[in-house]
Structure formats: C-alpha cells, structure tokens
Design a protein around this ligand. Structure first.
Ligand code: NAP
Length: 280
C-alpha cells in the first residue's frame, strides 16, 4: 500500500496535504499524501491499514488515542504523552512528537528566548507541550486559563515533574508584563477572528508574542502586538516546521530555514486566497 496520510476527525480544512506535497517536491520525491478521516470508534479497525503505510501524521482526536497501538515511542512522544508523527518500518509503528520541534524552531527563527517570564494561555494539548518545554528551557512560567482548576492541575503536574514553581491565573486577571506570551487557545481563530484571549494592555507590555493559531495569519492578538511594536510570530511557521521534521524522521531530509520561510509564505498566500474565495 505505502504512502503517507493524516489521520484525525474532522479534517475538512487541513493544509497538511499541500505542505507535505511541497516538502516531497523539495526532496525530489513523488510520494502521495492524503487525508484519512474516520470517527473515533473506528481507530482500532484502521490500524492494519496504518501499518501498511510508510508514515502518517496524527491530529485531534488521536494524538493520545494512538499510543496503545504503537510498537515504540521516541523520547519526544514519551515526554509529552502525545504523538503527531509515526514512522512505519516493516509494519512496526514508532511514534514521535514534532509539534515541539516546530515550536522550538519557530522560537529560534525569531530569536524569542524561553529563558524569561513566559505566559502560556491555554492548558490543552498544545498548551501542555508549550508549558513543559518552557520550563525545560528555564522559563518562569505562568499558565493562564478560563477554568482555574485545569490550569492548577497542569501546574501541579509540571511542578512535581520538574521541581519548579508555576503560577496560575485566569486570562482576564492577567495584569503584569511577560517576556514572552504564547497563545495555545483557539480564541481568535477563523471564523471568530475579532477576539483576543488576553487583555490588550498585557499584550502591549510583552517582550514578544507567539500565537500558534495559523488561520488567520494575523490574529487579533498579533494585531495588538504589532500595533504596540511588540515582536510577534504566527502559527504557520510551527505548522510547516513540524511537517518538515516529520520528513527528517521519514527520510533523513534536511531543509534550509530559507526553504521553510518560502513555504510559510506560500501557505499563508494560499490561506489568503481561500479566505478571499470564501468572502466572494
Ligand atoms: P485543546 O486541547 O482543545 O485545548 C484548547 C485550550 O484552549 C484549552 O485549555 C481550552 O480551555 C482553551 N480554550 C478553548 N476555548 C477557549 C475560550 N473561548 N476562552 C479561553 N480558553 C479557551 O486544543 P489544542 O490541540 O491544544 O489546540 C489549541 C490551538 O492550537 C488550536 O487553535 C489549534 O489549531 C492550534 N494548534 C496549532 C498548531 C500549529 O502547528 N500551529 C499545532 C497544534 C495546535 P478549556 O479546557 O477550559 O476548554
């Protein structure tokens, strides 16, 4: 069978096929990459098909649900307890987490240090990864949430694992400056684009802002940052880098930052075209 796929449910607006096809072209390969959506109660019955692929990516709701079916886990997947990339060799499936690489390479590309006061807004799947990685890199961490009990649960887990203290706040109670603000909530994502998860004055006093949302390319949070002269980065770079690192795992490929920058621009232009068509 062979080939590469993305599993998840639903997968309607995924940009993964376009990103991966461009990465295959940059590698000089002609592999196919397709969406493979199925409802959660069908995961187990799809496993034989997945074992026949060369590799696949995983998105919501299977990043954790896939774990019992994997034969081995890379350190990155074990650390976060979530898998977004699988390499299949002779029917054996190994799970990796390249969201983290995508995040760190984006921070590096913009010169955003995590060794500062970091506020992570949201404590879901990707927020958990950002929070853990921030602490691993030496951040003084605040988790900001709408439901304090969820933030406190994550803060407790991180404190126990890494022996550090973690602050927790509701989003609307934030009132201090941070070296770096990271949005890991869907607030501001298309089509509800006019809202920010954070009070504007907190954004305006930040050292830098990263929003992991990639649609639209400039969220309200990033617009607030830009107007205040705060350096910022959007989620498309993380999305493209996490895909590029999957190709490093599958084929040992290496991409240049300039190639990734071009691909990010292409994908943002594609997003703009799609938005234009939807408005027309
Ligand atoms: P998730 O597991 O569902 O977590 C979402 C988090 O946002 C939860 O903490 C949730 O709080 C909070 N939240 C949701 N709606 C909110 C609201 N109206 N106000 C305040 N907080 C709210 O989702 P995820 O997988 O972490 O993804 C989060 C975002 O990251 C999505 O927009 C996704 O597209 C983006 N993402 C981007 C990339 C990339 O490569 N750029 C990769 C992964 C994810 P509750 O628990 O209280 O609901």
């Amino acid at each position: 069978m062979g080939g590469y796929r993305l599993i998840g449910h639903p997968l309607g607006h995924s940009m993964s096929p376009q990103i991966h096809e461009r990465l295959f072209a940059l590698e000089g390969r002609t592999d196919s990459y397709s969406l493979f959506p199925f409802p959660p109660d069908k995961l187990e019955t799809q496993v034989p098909i997945l074992r026949g692929l060369e590799g696949f990516n995983i998105t919501i709701p299977y990043k954790q649900a896939i774990l019992p079916f994997l034969d081995s886990l890379d350190d990155s997947a074990a650390l976060y307890g979530a898998v977004n990339t699988v390499r299949v060799q002779d029917g054996r499936m190994t799970g990796y987490n390249t969201d983290c690489d995508g995040f760190l390479r984006t921070m590096q590309a913009h010169g955003f240090s995590l060794k500062t006061s970091v506020c992570v807004a949201g404590a879901g799947g990707v927020g958990r990864m950002f929070a853990i990685e921030a602490v691993r890199q030496g951040a003084e961490l605040t988790i900001a949430v709408r439901d304090l009990s969820k933030g406190q649960a994550l803060a407790r887990e991180i404190s126990e694992r890494f022996g550090c203290s973690v602050q927790v706040s509701t989003l609307d109670a934030l009132d201090r400056p941070f070296g770096l603000i990271i949005n890991a909530t869907p607030v501001g994502m298309s089509p509800q684009t006019g809202v920010s998860p954070l009070p504007g004055p907190v954004t305006a006093r930040a050292g830098a802002v990263f929003d992991c949302i990639y649609n639209p390319r400039e969220t309200r949070l990033l617009c607030d940052a830009r107007k205040a002269g705060v350096p910022f980065a959007g989620g498309m770079e993380m999305l493209v880098w996490q895909a590029a690192v999957a190709h490093e795992i599958w084929h040992g490929s290496q991409f240049l930052p300039a190639q990734i920058d071009l691909l990010v621009d292409e994908m943002n232009a594609l997003l703009d075209r799609k938005a234009g068509e939807a408005d027309a």
